[in-house]
Design a protein around this ligand. Sequence first.
Ligand SMILES: C[S@@+](CC[C@H](N)C(=O)[O-])C[C@H]1O[C@@H](n2cnc3c(N)ncnc32)[C@H](O)[C@@H]1O
Length: 248
Amino acid sequence: MTAAVWTASVLTLFPEMFPGPLAASLAGRSLERGDWVLETVDIREFAGNKHRTVDDAPFGGGAGMVMKPDVIDAALTSVREKRAAAGAEDRLIYLTPRGRLLDQRLVGALSEASGVVLLCGRYEGVDQRVIEAHGMEEVSLGDFVLSGGEPAALALIDAVVRLLPGVMGNQESAEEESFGEPGLLEYPHYTRPAEWCGRDGVSRAVPEVLVSGDHARVRQWRRAEAERITRERRPDLWRRRPGREDET
Ligand SMILES: C[S@@+](CC[C@H](N)C(=O)[O-])C[C@H]1O[C@@H](n2cnc3c(N)ncnc32)[C@H](O)[C@@H]1O
């Protein structure tokens, strides 16, 4: 049995950062409607001593502090027990630059789970033993270092929530957009006016095919542009796209 409503449980030292931007627009409206649920857990509540200490110096020396395994374990166990009692089998994720890169395929898989438990690190990160003990997946937002896992959690939740049933009005747009089924970046977009002059004084018309009314030509042009842009900007994606054997 899985819990009915997709739930993000976020373990953080900064619960005031949530829902933050997730309270606005598509995510915010769907949160209000109850299409998904956000639970924030203040890690500090699980610090055993009166100073509510959550970190300690790293074994082996070096700069910075490390989040304590006993505190994180208590917070994780509490969330996991609550979610298990609701019948959920959530994905357990520690956000870290050392993790596998978040991509649209993983986002899609996460949207099909009952929910996610997201552990946000601070300082130098979390004692590795607690990550192992809970069998957590390690996921990175990108090849850069944030000061904490919270912005990564916000981005991950935003990306997942828009795929949940009923959240995005036009489901087709999720299938067609970048990293969708053909494995390409999306084609460029244009809207009115058809002719527009920017600050550089150059007048630019939208590509003629887009105002031709010929839907087959429009589809062809969009596909060709998506392929060109992917080839030029992301040769890694171009090489990995489905059906690549017909092209080099
Ligand atoms: C200052 S960072 C620690 C960086 C760590 N010492 C390292 O060099 O890999 C503090 C926390 O921010 C989060 N974080 C930083 N960069 C991230 C990224 N690219 N993706 C996901 N989380 C990240 C992690 O939770 C991490 O524990």
